[in-house]
Design a protein around this ligand. Sequence first.
Ligand SMILES: N[C@@H](CCC(=O)N[C@@H](CS)C(=O)NCC(=O)O)C(=O)O
Length: 256
Amino acid sequence: MLKVIEHPLSPYAQKVKLALHYKNLEFETETPAIGTDTEAFNLSSPRGEVPVFQHDGLMLYDSAIIGGYIEEQWPEQPLFPQTPVDRANARLIEDAMDTHFEGNTWGLGEVHVFGRAQGARAKQMTTYAVEQIQGWYRWLDSKLDADWFNGDAYGYADLCVLPFVNGAGRFDMLPQQGSKLSIWLARINERDDVKIVTSQARAAELDPETMQSAVASGFKREYRDHRLEWMIRAGGIDIVAKGIEQDNIRFNENFH
Ligand SMILES: N[C@@H](CCC(=O)N[C@@H](CS)C(=O)NCC(=O)O)C(=O)O
């Protein structure tokens, strides 16, 4: 049995589930208590992140690596486009969403769900994220030369974009009505596999009060890579310093 260790709200986990649905592969899911840094979980994901994919004793982490593995292991009904140029383009879109776009939706979560900033400060950080997301939406619009990011049919590049745009929708930041991106969003949301994964995400929405009291009692958020950078760019270097002091943010300390 294939297994995805996940959180339904994680856009990275959604990518993996969408790829498995597309290939018509059956899988089970498990949601660990992320942020708790348990030894068992760190063994499968040294970063303590979801998703982790398990197949035949193999344990993989990182959605981009898992996506490539799924395509190669089950090549029937290809997910990736056919030409090297189109494949490179799909990977480029994936990287942009995974490592640039997501910083902004994560940042909005830190402010509005986890309560890292209030008042004028929260407003200024929100404005920063909104402007960045609008810029990325223009970039995505420029990538839509056909009906799908993958080309003439739905594929990998599309499933790499969807969960992140829906993630922005959690903060009322959907693409502008009438834009190519918004028409694409309506089209992709009609797919049955997309409906399944998206409704699981909606059902797992976080309650700000619960999350803020979890942070107050020691729940740690992961601040690595583009997220740490986002916090600094958005003017929140002191939020990072406070998180370190209060021990409610974490980096990777795998080998201690
Ligand atoms: N590059 C990784 C990113 C995975 C990731 O950051 N997952 C987040 C959830 S969206 C996570 O597990 N965070 C752990 C935490 O916040 O403690 C991938 O593509 O799988």
